[in-house]
Each structure stands twice: as structure tokens, then as C-alpha cells.
Design a protein around this ligand. Structure first.
Ligand SMILES: [Zn+2]
Length: 120
């Protein structure tokens, strides 16, 4: 879950100077910050959402453990963004982060009904 007005994402988006371990952390966020310019809306809001989408993809594709659990439907990873203005959490549309083209329609419907991470 990402959050509105994230300082780390803002720093990465603004490409400012940083000290210590921060440059390596910002580098992990920076690629999606570049991609956000192609989308309408607020640049930082877009960067926060894109970063969540990328992390969801990374977690889902992580081998050997997590990807195998996702493959057999034992684990679901869903992105979200927390709004500081409203206090609400917006779940990201699964289509934006989906890496599982092999999901059966029946399983997709089941996932849509319980949008949270779970393990069996
Ligand atoms: Zn943050």
C-alpha cells in the first residue's frame, strides 16, 4: 500500500540530492516516477500509484516461494493507496497490476470479492 503525499516518492520524482542509503532507495522508485508523466493527473499521485503497481508485480513474481503460491491461488497480492485527505484506502484495479493471465474467470470473480492478501 502506498500513500498520498509520500516523501520518498516525491524525492524520487524530484530527482534531488540525497545522502547515505537514500540514493539507492530512491533509485528503486525513480523508474515509475518517469513513467507517470505519460498519465493525466497529479504527477506525485501517479508516481505513488505506479510504484505500488510495480511492487505488486515484483512480489507476485518473486521466486521460488511467492510466485508459486500465487500460481496455485494460495496467495493474492493486491495494491492499494491510502489517502491522507479522506482517510480511505483505494484498492488498485487488478487489471493494472495483473501478472496472472492464467487466472480462470471463476477465480477472478472470487478474487474480486475478497480483495486482501491471504494465505492457505
Ligand atoms: Zn511514504
Amino acid at each position: 500500500m502506498g500513500h498520498q503525499k509520500c516523501g520518498a516518492v516525491t524525492a524520487a520524482a524530484e530527482s534531488g540530492e540525497a545522502e547515505g542509503h537514500l540514493p539507492s532507495l530512491l533509485a528503486l522508485i525513480r523508474p515509475p516516477s518517469n513513467a507517470r508523466r505519460a498519465q493525466p493527473g497529479d504527477l506525485i499521485d501517479n508516481a505513488v500509484r505506479i510504484n505500488v503497481e510495480n511492487v505488486v508485480r515484483q512480489v507476485r513474481g518473486s521466486t521460488p516461494v511467492l510466485a508459486a503460491l500465487v500460481d496455485r491461488g494460495a496467495l493474492m497480492v493486491v495494491g492499494a493507496v491510502y489517502s491522507l485527505d479522506t482517510g480511505k484506502v483505494a484498492w488498485l484495479p487488478d487489471s493494472q497490476t495483473k501478472t496472472m493471465a492464467r487466472l480462470e474467470p471463476r477465480e477472478s470473480a472470487q478474487c474480486a470479492g475478497s480483495r486482501r492478501t491471504r494465505t492457505n
